[in-house]
Design a protein around this ligand. Structure first.
Ligand code: GAR
Length: 200
């Protein structure tokens, strides 16, 4: 049976779109069971609508984290989601949520973790004077932008870069490595030793 992905997003949804394209063209052997957003107005949700994919939104503003996450987990279970892919989901997950999908939540972050976790990672890299930054796909644990790293791609920081130009070049790599990482976990030929994700 094909694995069922749940995509969680809060905004534009370009990573979701890249994943969806690879599912539709057969490069990723899975289906998108649900696209969920904590922001009903997210552009990524409209994209899911346009693609005819199952989608749902619950406003998170003002809702207590554990209670909100319980609703999200229930929705994902209702749609029989096997793997949760955070794609610009700008919300911390409660430890209860993480434990319900232990080892089956992935995230993409626009820096070479552990450098520059949190918000505005591209701005952080630029203002820190980093010469190299990039993006990371990692398993999610209860800490922010933490968890064993699956794949990374490096992107040079150019002297004339702005946050926008740097973010744009990082995004091109994000769209590649997220699908590669999903393909890898779906094949299942990895093992985790401490923080290391190794090929088997
Ligand atoms: C991406 O750059 C992603 O790496 C970042 O948000 C953007 C979402 O873009 N995520 C984080 O910063 C998570 N800490 P998208 O909506 O076009 O995929």
């Amino acid at each position: 049976m094909r694995a069922r992905l749940g995509i969680l997003l809060s905004g534009r949804g370009s990573n979701f779109e890249a994943i969806a394209r690879n599912v539709l063209n057969g490069k990723l052997p899975c289906e998108i069971a649900l696209v969920f957003s904590n922001k009903p107005e997210a552009a990524g949700l409209q994209l899911a609508r346009d693609l005819g994919l199952p989608h749902a939104a619950i406003k998170s503003a003002g809702v207590e984290r554990t209670a909100f996450d319980a609703q999200v987990a229930a929705l994902l279970k209702e749609h029989r989601v096997d793997w949760v892919c955070l794609a610009g989901y700008m919300r911390l997950l409660s430890s209860t949520f993480v434990s319900q999908f232990a080892g089956r939540i992935l995230n993409i972050h626009p820096s070479l973790l552990p450098a520059f976790p949190g918000l505005d990672a591209q701005y952080q890299a630029l203002t820190h004077g980093a010469k190299l930054t990039g993006c990371t796909v990692h398993f999610v644990d209860e800490n922010l932008d933490n968890g064993p790293i699956l794949l990374q791609a490096a992107v040079p920081v150019l002297d004339n870069d702005t946050v926008e130009s740097l973010s744009g070049r990082i995004l091109i790599e994000e769209h590649k490595i997220y699908s590669e990482a999903i393909a890898w976990v779906l094949r299942g030929d990895y093992r985790i030793e401490g923080r290391r994700v190794l090929k088997i």
